[in-house]
Design a protein around this ligand. Sequence first.
Ligand code: UDX
Length: 436
Amino acid sequence: MNVAVIGTGYVGLVTGSCFAEFGINVTCVDKDEDKIKRLNEGEIPIYEPGLEEVVRRNRNAGRLHFTTDVRSAVQSSLVIFIAVPTPPQPDGSTDLSYVDQVAKTIGEHLNGYKVVVTKSTVPVKTTHRVKRIIDEAIAASGRERFRCSVASNPEFLREGSAVEDFMRPDRVVVGAEDPEAIAILRDLYKPLNLIEVPLIITSIPTAELIKYASNAFLATKISFINEIANLSEEVGADVHQVAKAMGLDGRIGRKFLHAGPGYGGSCFPKDTLSLVQFSREFGVEQRIVSAVVAVNEDQRNRMVLKIERLVGELEGKQIGVLGLSYKPNTDDVRDSPAIDIVQKLQDRGAKIKCFDPEAMDNAKRLLKDVQFCENAYDVAEGSDGLVLATEWNEFRKLDLDRVRELLAEPVIVDLRNVYEPAEMERQGFRYTGVGR
Ligand code: UDX
């Protein structure tokens, strides 16, 4: 079976490479010539553990191809995944122009039966819209003798473990209504039968909604525990223990109950806003998710106040920030709380030194007047306070004696609750975590 994946961003590249790993012949398409050229030279444009190896292995085996030629990719494939960007617009709704454009192109080049699958996270009903656009393009180009089916196959990949998530998912969701398309997609995911991955076949809108409901629920857990953390601080409770005890109740589960600066990244912020927005278009208010979004925005401001409380007046102070990506093991800084907090500190007159193991290049595009350092100790040197913003492993085992000696003031604000408060105080730091 030949598969085309249109869009070689995060999702498209992981999806295409991992299907090739299943033994399928995959063509990844992008209009960015430079990116395709680099991919053809074996260069991976994103930092994702394990991905480079998968790409190399499958290119060498002749199963994975990169091209800008969308026409030939469409014409030689039975299944076409749409994995182009769906950026948020200023009002939080989703910009579908790239999806629409790809749908039109597919219709214009159709040369036989195809299954077109939306992989990008798209508002509910978008896959049906894709079908309409393809059908219009088929009619406009006189290709009515060809037929195409659509399906929704949302991704649940976490950055930093995307390859593993693809190869060993908790579940695969396929929204499709045409039996032929369902059979083809079942066949595509057959390698996962071996490890008994549940394949959930639903209607198209159900599959589209599963993605939003899943992400919104996880975001809800995070905002929920962050509000409990804020309360913990006022009543002298330890949110860490609260979350641990809550999580032991099997109905609640312990994951996604880590208090911190709030969620970031390319999915949760965008998907929660989009859900709120498109639900309104259907006349249904998502009051819980709206609150989740507001709590998340507030949490970042609270973190700045927390820093100010420990450091004092921020004007003219030098603050060291460890970690810039929105979470560890990724170079992604999209909607990163760390970036936002740096900018808010600057607005209050603080001078910033910072370091991130992987995300510095991306951060340099967003941050101005910041001193980028070589490592955590350079950041600490002469700073009036050290903020741990992203919990990279290398920040968990810092030489704390050295850090204390380098700091101008022995202040650590641990936004990820990596360190134990009592231990930090014993070591002579003025320390605060979140909700402890
Ligand atoms: C998420 C979903 O997990 C994935 O299924 C979906 O397809 C895309 O969005 P990702 O954005 O890569 O994946 O990261 P994830 O590990 O889920 O973390 C998202 C954000 O939540 C990060 O900013 C993280 O720091 C934050 N988070 C997570 C918390 O603040 N507390 C937690 O307990 C868990």
